[in-house]
Design a protein around this ligand. Structure first.
Ligand code: RTP
Ligand code: MG
Length: 138
């Protein structure tokens, strides 16, 4: 069954010129980009996006980082897209990510790990609303 995932190329990924590389990996895999924009996240958007982490000790650093520069938000769609994308991303700490995964190839820092992808269909539905209006989704 087709699923949608909300993917972010985080500000460090934009600074490292990885937008094209990341989109190309999804497209080559057969996943479809059905919405796309560049923006700077507001603090309110960051608190909504990372609601599960707002009370954690690392949240102030995470908020400063994720709102600290332009990022690319997109909706990526395809069969089992959520699991497929999480596997392509690697795990949260890039040091533990397999080479060949996006974090395993392009990141070393747990805080600045290049990419976000929704971790469940419920999270995807919530996160998509934070970035896209229905008429912006193709
Ligand atoms: P994301 O939500 O960004 O896709 O990453 P994730 O699911 O792999 O990891 P999650 O546990 O949801 O954590 C969200 C982001 O918070 C930062 N983080 N820092 N310093 C720390 O211990 C720590 N733990 C998490 C990371 O940037 C992580 O991607
Ligand atoms: Mg997460």
């Amino acid at each position: 069954m087709d699923q949608k995932s909300l993917v972010l190329v985080k500000p460090d990924g934009v600074r490292k010129h990885l937008i094209g590389e990341i989109i190309a990996r999804f497209e080559r895999r057969g996943l479809k980009i059905c919405a796309l924009k560049m923006l700077v996240m507001t603090k309110d958007q960051a608190k909504y996006h990372y609601a599960e982490h707002v009370d954690k000790p690392f949240f102030p650093e995470l908020e400063a980082f994720i709102t600290g520069g332009p990022l690319v938000a997109m909706i990526v769609e395809g069969p089992n897209a959520i699991k497929a994308i999480r596997t392509m991303m690697g795990v949260t700490d890039p040091i533990e990510s397999t080479p060949g995964s996006i974090r395993g190839d392009f990141a070393l820092d747990k805080g600045e790990n290049v990419i976000h992808g929704s971790d469940s269909p419920e999270a995807a539905e919530r996160e998509i609303k934070n970035f896209f209006k229905p008429e912006e989704i193709y």
